[in-house]
Ligand binder design. Sequence first.
Ligand SMILES: *Cc1c(COP(=O)(O)O)cnc(C)c1O
Length: 228
Amino acid sequence: MATIPDRLQRVRDRISQACSRFGRPDDSVTLLAVSKTFPGVTVREAFAAGQRRFGENYVQEGVTKIAELADLRAEIEWHMIGPVQSNKTRVVAEHFDWVHTVDRLKVAERLSAQRPADLRPLQVCVQVNTSGEASKSGVAPAEALALARTVAALPRLQLRGVMALPAPSVDPAVQRAELAAVRAVYDDLRAAGLPLDTLSMGMSQDLETAIELGSTLVRVGTALFGQR
Ligand SMILES: *Cc1c(COP(=O)(O)O)cnc(C)c1O
């Protein structure tokens, strides 16, 4: 099996090849390494290979890992990319740098109120659900602007962009249409005057298509760390 530095290099190559293929500067796409279910020692290996941004899905697992890697805290940016329940907002606000999954005003208000004064504002994305499945997290595209405006006005949050987690599809055309719909929401919010710079979409399987459609941050787990 390939080592983590090899896999990291391979993913970086995929990103830069996609960038050049789609006429984008190399540095216009950020790699977020999704370390959920992998131990702190694995994060250390990726860190040693130069990776600095890590994403976690589960609040308790993430906080445990952040504590385990406290010696690297100043150099790592920790992103919460899983659902955040209202009763978990305080621990998220106290430990993470970013939250990608804000889809309710109540959660946004609590994160802002609970963000410690000595930390920089929490960097957030509004999660959008373009598939229309009622059960999935994310705000409907028609409601994204209203939520984004309210979030942007909260004092201890800095609204950075839009995140989406399209359901995996065997049909590339369906996958592409979903990513394009997310991009459209991002463009609408920017056109409405919100100063966004982050379009968080694309994972191990579809990062090239996501980059083609304008992603600025790809969240990659399996291609870096292996199957979970
Ligand atoms: C697990 C996860 C990823 C990474 O997915 P891979 O297919 O393993 O690259 C990205 N984003 C979110 C929200 C995830 O939960």
